[in-house]
Design a protein. Structure first.
Length: 428
């Protein structure tokens, strides 16, 4: 089944997934950062105080998210989505009504929990749960909302702020989220859309995908699969949030004009969206673990490019290769969680990893800021990224299927002639 056939048969769930990930942008760093200058001006705050509020709110939301996120396994999807929307829109309204500084971290907390955390969690969890043979395509299409939001919303929000003011823009954001999500969830998503795909598949496959007993999150954290996935899931939000947070500082370090940032971000969004589209069918055909060790290699090229190449065009090399890694990574990591842990309690599994992603998005800017404030500069930040990235790529090869490893061993023996010396015959 190709994308057109899949969308035609499942257009409601595809629209639901894209809507949730796109609207999660209102709780993401790249949009909330647009309001920072107004907070500093209206509340007489400093950059460090606003970033501290943001970091604390993000860490607290990450600590709570596993407990709340796992409820999607027991609470009906439509009810869970409406409650999350209420939290999200209320936080946007609270943000707009803030008259004292202590309201800001509370609003940040709700936006990070419901927006960045739960909206993305709902979208990808529903795609993982209700689709089997076409899970890769479903996750990829739902993930398109992220680059779509990155490409469209910043410019739109800046126009709205200039038109009606920053507080009033938050009211419009809240209204957009409430109306679109509530109406579509209540009247668009029907019970027939929430039936698992391929429900008539063989019993053996079904049993493999349904754990015999409930998975506790503490058991997930003790498993080898968790520690195989955890470094990868932590790294991309850590690195991308830190790099985007200080994108102006990077441009200044390179000696370029700030205008190149907008073109770079558009290139990034296009590369991420393209790689997401390609990832879906590849995952459905070969499984996610087959590609797991390779998707971070473009990120390695991106860091080397922005660090070592002085020319302006290296910005586009940087953004393209980073977008490729992020796009493939979004689809691969989501599908791999189902392959490792099954889909029956995927809400518990995903909420744990989503919490890690939210936490890492707070750690990245903080660590980068400490390095820069210490006077070490980007000549240290980039090598630190490489020092983290290379071991993560190497350990990812442990996830390769056994038949792939066996094939590699056979090819090595055939080339070296070792299977002849050992008396072993090549497989038929």
């Amino acid at each position: 089944m190709n994308y057109f056939q899949f969308i035609r048969q499942n257009r409601i769930m595809v629209m639901f997934g894209i809507m949730m990930t796109a609207l999660s942008s209102f709780g993401q760093t790249f949009l909330l950062a647009l309001y920072v200058p107004y907070l500093i001006s209206d509340f007489s705050l400093t950059n460090s105080s606003v970033s501290s509020f943001y970091g604390i709110a993000t860490i607290v939301s990450a600590s709570i998210l596993p407990k709340i996120g796992k409820l999607i396994d027991t609470v009906p999807l439509k009810i869970f989505t409406i409650i999350t929307t209420l939290i999200f829109s209320s936080s946007l309204v609270l943000f707009s009504l803030a008259t004292t500084w202590w309201v800001i971290p509370i609003a940040f907390f709700g936006l990070r929990l419901a927006g960045q955390g739960l909206y993305s969690h709902i979208a990808i969890t529903s795609m993982s749960r209700y689709f089997e043979a076409n899970r890769g395509k479903a996750i990829s299409l739902a993930s398109l909302g992220h680059p779509l939001g990155q490409a469209v919303l910043p410019a739109l929000i800046l126009v709205v702020i200039g038109w009606v003011g920053w507080r009033e823009s938050l009211w419009l954001n809240a209204g957009l989220v409430t109306v679109f999500v509530t109406l579509f969830t209540l009247f668009g998503v029907k019970q027939r859309h929430l039936q698992p795909e391929d429900s008539s598949e063989e019993l053996e496959a079904t049993e493999l995908d349904k754990p015999a007993k409930k998975i506790r999150q503490r058991d997930i954290m003790r498993s080898k699969e968790f520690w195989l996935l955890a470094p990868n899931i932590f790294f991309i939000p850590f690195a991308t949030t830190g790099l985007f947070f200080y994108q102006i500082a990077i441009v200044e370090f390179k000696g370029w004009q700030e205008g190149i940032i907008a073109a770079g971000l558009s290139t990034y969004a296009l590369a991420a969206a393209t790689s997401i589209i390609f990832a879906g069918p590849m995952i459905d055909r070969y499984r996610a673990r087959t590609f797991f060790p390779y998707y971070l290699i473009p990120f390695l090229i991106a860091i080397l490019g922005i660090w070592l190449i002085p020319n302006t065009w290296s910005m586009f090399v940087y953004m393209i290769f980073m977008g490729i890694s992020v796009g493939f990574g979004n689809a691969i990591l989501a599908a791999l969680q189902v392959e490792f842990f099954g889909k029956k309690f995927i809400g518990s599994v995903r909420s744990l990893f989503t919490s890690m992603m939210v936490l890492s998005s707070a750690v990245g800017p903080t660590l980068y800021g400490l390095i820069l404030d210490a006077g070490w500069g980007w000549e240290v930040v980039f090598p630190v990224n490489l020092a983290l990235l290379i071991p993560i790529i190497l350990q990812s090869f442990r996830a390769l299927p056994l038949y792939t490893r066996a094939k590699w061993k056979f090819k090595y023996k055939r080339v070296t002639g070792k299977f002849k010396k050992s008396g072993n015959l090549p497989p038929v």
